[in-house]
Design a protein around this ligand. Structure first.
Ligand code: DQA
Length: 156
């Protein structure tokens, strides 16, 4: 049993219609549903926040530390490449987290090659599409000693 948190940064509320050739057709609601199923299979809880406001994400991480959240899956989106403030919030929380990116950021523009999170994350999953969120959750659960029941990939 663990309390887990899924965090998504800017523009990820547009998944499904945003550049589908790059990010696929899966919506954020589909992803949250899928991760919730995995969490419930281990008796864990999952809370989710997507925001386009950096301060809101930072404040959610601050609260997570007080709420005894055990682990975080985060796609910081564009803040991956810019936000020392978000990095500091995660460091201050001391909550283990896995970073996920739908696209392979290393195969894109040079400014996307650097992440402010990869060196402090348990793991970084990039380029696996929406299924990467499940891989990230599994990596987090393994780190926390939880045993999720594997589901077959459902994302295209
Ligand atoms: C992203 C990659 C980022 O570079 C980009 O700004 C995003 C999405 C991904 O999931 O592939 O918004 O984090």
């Amino acid at each position: 049993m663990a309390n887990l948190l899924l965090l998504n940064g800017p523009n990820l509320n547009r998944l499904g219609s945003r550049e589908p050739e790059r990010y696929g057709h899966t919506t954020l609601a589909n992803i949250v549903e899928r991760l919730s199923q995995h969490c419930h299979s281990t008796g864990s809880s999952l809370d989710h926040l997507q925001t386009n406001a950096e301060a809101e994400l930072i404040e959610r991480i601050h609260r997570a530390a007080d709420e005894s959240i055990h682990g975080i899956v985060i796609n910081p989106a564009a803040w991956t490449h810019t936000s020392i403030a978000l990095r500091d919030a995660l460091l201050a929380s001391a909550i283990p987290f896995v970073e996920v990116h739908i696209s392979n950021i290393h195969a894109r523009e040079a400014f996307r090659h650097h992440s402010y999170f990869s060196d402090i994350a348990i793991a970084s999953i990039v380029g696996a599409g929406a299924f990467g969120y499940e891989l990230a959750l599994f990596a987090l659960m393994q780190h926390l000693g939880l045993r999720p029941r594997p589901l077959l990939p459902a994302h295209s």
